[in-house]
Design a protein around this ligand. Structure first.
Ligand SMILES: Cc1cc2nc3c(=O)[nH]c(=O)nc-3n(C[C@H](O)[C@H](O)[C@H](O)COP(=O)(O)OP(=O)(O)OC[C@H]3O[C@@H](n4cnc5c(N)ncnc54)[C@H](O)[C@@H]3O)c2cc1C
Length: 355
């Protein structure tokens, strides 16, 4: 079923809670609705909105059409290899799916517990937390191909997943491939992924762990660090963690050490210890954007109603509930300039900017 609203206020459909209106807002459920919108030429210029938890409407007034799936179906299907397939329609909330999987004792989704948004958006963003990314579970994504007007099935490989990246983010226009349903592969006899040290510590000494135990631990850890979207507006981590070559990492460390020595003549610390980095399998180094922001001295920055969340400076929040998209963009630019001048790194936003 299609419902159309003209000049619609979508502020409450985003977790940032910034002023946001769109020219037309269309809610839909099934493939027929997508066919209808395609026939009317709507999909060429429209923007898909899931749970609005990674979106920043920069001007507060988006003149175009926003489309939103209200379909929330789920199906669990045991497979002959012992795994269980969970099929979710695009509008299914990710955290509800994590809760459902944990309740029935299926492993795989528990580390993604507490992430806002819907499974369609999660498949686009390749959400990740505590050592698990959606790509680790996704078997296939059923998408509506707006060019040919039919449902197509993309394998995990077809989705070309990377760090908060996927093929969906590199299409000619946002509705070219609309995620319609996602198929995840879960394990009834799995084991907890405790690669993340704070999670391992939180569950230390516990035996016979269930997916629900891990889910509860994850939610407790998230509550310590992140704002509750029901109380404080944000879009989660605002910037991506930069990934740099080993040579670039050396340069960043040397530059930071020089700055430290210039500020404090006694600074003798080893540069490698100064800028923490995690070397990945390909030899590249992943830096912590939160650490860079903190050590560039940005933690207390604010513009209008936009500020950084004290326990996690990677998160820009709508601190007083009255911030605007322009406040957030001005704060973002201020942080990027400062991090660039201290470390020579151009932080890239994770949050999607809609003009
Ligand atoms: C408090 C908080 C904590 C967060 N923590 C994390 C975290 O730990 N890890 C993490 O990775 N992210 C995190 N996020 C970010 C966010 O929740 C995820 O990126 C989420 O998966 C986005 O899903 P969504 O449904 O809200 O998508 P939206 O924000 O609505 O959309 C995201 C993108 O996907 C596109 N899109 C949405 N639905 C579809 C569809 N059906 N078909 C095609 N394109 C579509 C949109 O056009 C947009 O480009 C957090 C956000 C908040 C507010």
């Amino acid at each position: 079923m299609i419902t159309i609203h003209e000049n619609f206020d979508i502020r409450k459909l985003t977790t940032f809670g910034l002023p946001a209106e769109c020219g037309r807002f269309i809610e839909y459920t099934g493939e027929d609705d997508l066919q209808k919108m395609r026939a009317e030429g709507i999909l060429r210029d429209a923007l898909p909105l899931g749970g609005g938890s990674n979106m920043l409407f920069t001007t507060g007034s988006f003149p175009g059409t926003v489309i939103h799936s209200t379909s929330r179906e789920s199906l669990l299907r045991p497979q002959s290899d012992g795994s269980v397939e969970l099929t979710l329609s695009a509008g299914y909330p990710l955290d509800e799916a994590c809760a459902m999987a944990a309740r029935v004792g299926l492993w795989g989704m528990e580390n993604l517990s507490g992430i806002p948004g819907n499974i369609g958006g999660a498949a686009v963003q390749n959400v990740g937390a505590y050592g698990t990314e959606l790509k680790d579970l996704l078997k296939s994504a059923v998408c509506f191909d707006s060019e040919v007007g039919e449902l197509v099935r993309l394998s995990n490989g077809d989705c070309r997943y990377g760090y908060r990246d996927s093929a969906f983010k590199h299409m000619e226009y946002p509705c070219r491939l609309i995620v319609y349903a996602v198929v995840l592969r879960l394990a009834p006899n799995g084991a907890p992924n405790l690669a993340y040290s704070r999670l391992a510590k939180a569950l230390e000494g516990r035996s016979g762990l269930t997916p629900m135990d891990v889910r509860r631990a994850i939610i407790a850890l998230r509550n310590q660090k992140l704002p509750d979207p029901a109380k404080v507006g944000s879009a989660g981590s605002f910037f991506k963690n930069p990934v740099v070559s080993a040579a670039e990492y050396e340069r960043i460390c040397a530059r930071y050490r020089e700055n430290m020595v210039a500020e404090d003549g006694n600074a003798q610390a080893d540069a490698d210890q100064l800028v923490p980095g995690h070397v990945n399998a390909s030899g590249e180094v992943k830096l912590s954007a939160a650490w860079l922001i903190d050590h560039a001295g940005c933690k207390s920055f604010s513009v209008g109603g936009a500020a950084l969340w004290p326990s996690q400076p990677l998160v820009i929040v709508n601190a007083d509930g009255h911030a605007t998209g322009a406040d957030v963009v001005a704060l973002e630019e201020r942080i990027r300039r400062r991090v660039q001048s201290v470390f020579g790194i151009d932080l890239q936003p994770e949050v999607i900017h809609i003009p």
